[in-house]
Write a protein that binds this ligand. Structure first.
Ligand code: KG4
Ligand code: ZN
Length: 337
């Protein structure tokens, strides 16, 4: 079964063709980093306009690279939640229009769930396991009893972890997306120079809070009470130490909460997904602080936003349910589990 996946929930327009849920025939991603970096973050209106411009060429490219025509597609899978509502609607309406005009069924997919499914596409994982989605839009710890059976056990109360990386990088004077820049700067930094810590949420041991950590970086860089913005005149050494201390605090927090959740649930496997899971220091920290936890890392092309994970999960849902969605399926911005 050939599934065309479409993803447009945030600032990447992506299309992919996946055969039988795991054989990736094409995986095309058009990033808006060039556009969004001018503004230091994702501007929804600009994201939507770019999706409109590039979606159809990218669908054609994904089909071309898979050496298939639309006639050979059996199912269209599309992200319909969570994300920027306007951005979601562009991919969803494209999928509906394609479905209506060709008779190919379409199915709506949850983007956060798809990040976890990416870890299952080419690896054997035994259930139950934990899933950790750490991206620019989401920070969620999820108990997975099977594909489709989830319990949300932790989420962020304010900024997503990737958003905190992006804002910390901005304070240090760097462009969006900031995660890879912080990782690079931190390699030469001394994390012990600043004692930063991510937030704890009273009564919710597995919830996250990164907004105080971001403010701590701001005050350390610009002075107590400073307004959010670029800290001028930092030396390279100060930049590196701030990046290292921030990164260590943010990543240690997700490692420690994942380990504690796994211990309390009696679970030994953790699947990771989302852009922050590309960070190499995170892997080292799991080794150091949670050596007994088996961690599953999808390859980089499946870790960052992509449509192969959407097609993979769509295939699985269609197999289970036996039918697609109807044309009144809505775009839902908030994360629901
Ligand atoms: O999964 P993704 O492509 O999109 C969302 O669903 O948000 O994740 C993008 C996020 C950005 O915030 C980016 O700064 C962060 O992932 N990121 C990283 C790294 N690479 C990307 N954060 C930390 N370290 C990295 N190496
Ligand atoms: Zn994502």
């Amino acid at each position: 079964m050939n599934v065309l996946g479409i993803e447009s929930s945030c600032d990447e327009t992506a299309c992919a063709v996946v055969k039988d849920g795991s054989q990736i025939l094409s995986n095309v991603v058009s990033s808006q980093a060039d556009l969004q970096s001018l503004y230091g973050g994702v501007v929804p209106e600009l994201a939507c306009r770019r999706h409109v411009d590039v979606l159809i060429p990218i669908i054609k490219q994904a089909l071309g690279e898979a050496k298939l025509t639309l006639k050979e597609i059996d199912l269209i899978a599309v992200t319909h939640t969570p994300g920027l509502v306007g951005a979601l609607m562009i991919g969803l309406n494209a999928a509906k229009a394609l479905s209506l005009s060709t008779g190919i069924p379409f199915i709506g997919v949850n983007h956060v769930e798809a990040h976890l499914f990416a870890g299952l596409m080419n690896q054997d994982v035994t259930f139950p396991c934990l899933g950790l989605v750490i991206s620019g839009g989401h920070t969620a710890l999820i108990k997975m009893s099977a594909v489709g059976k989830y319990e949300l056990i932790g989420k962020t109360q304010d900024d997503a972890i990737g958003e905190a990386f992006d804002k910390a990088a901005k304070i240090l004077g760097h462009l969006y997306p900031g995660g890879p820049i912080i990782e690079r700067l931190a390699k030469d930094g001394d994390p012990s120079r600043f004692s930063f810590r991510a937030g704890r949420v009273k009564g919710r041991p597995y919830d996250f809070s990164f907004s105080g950590l971001k403010t701590a970086v701001l005050y350390a860089a610009k002075g107590p009470g400073a307004k959010f913005g670029v800290a001028e005149n930092l030396t390279p050494k100060e930049q590196a130490d701030l990046a290292a201390a921030f990164q260590e605090a943010a990543l240690s927090d997700v490692v420690d909460k994942s380990r504690k959740a796994a211990e309390s649930e009696g679970i030994s496997t953790l699947i990771l997904g989302g852009g922050v899971a590309c960070n190499q220091r995170l892997r080292a920290l799991f080794h150091e602080r949670a050596p007994h936890l088996k961690t599953v890392w999808p390859e980089k092309a499946l870790t960052l936003d992509n449509a192969a994970m959407i097609a993979g999960l769509g295939y699985h849902q269609y197999q289970t349910r036996g039918e697609g969605d109807s044309l009144d399926l809505e775009a839902i911005p908030a994360m629901r589990f």
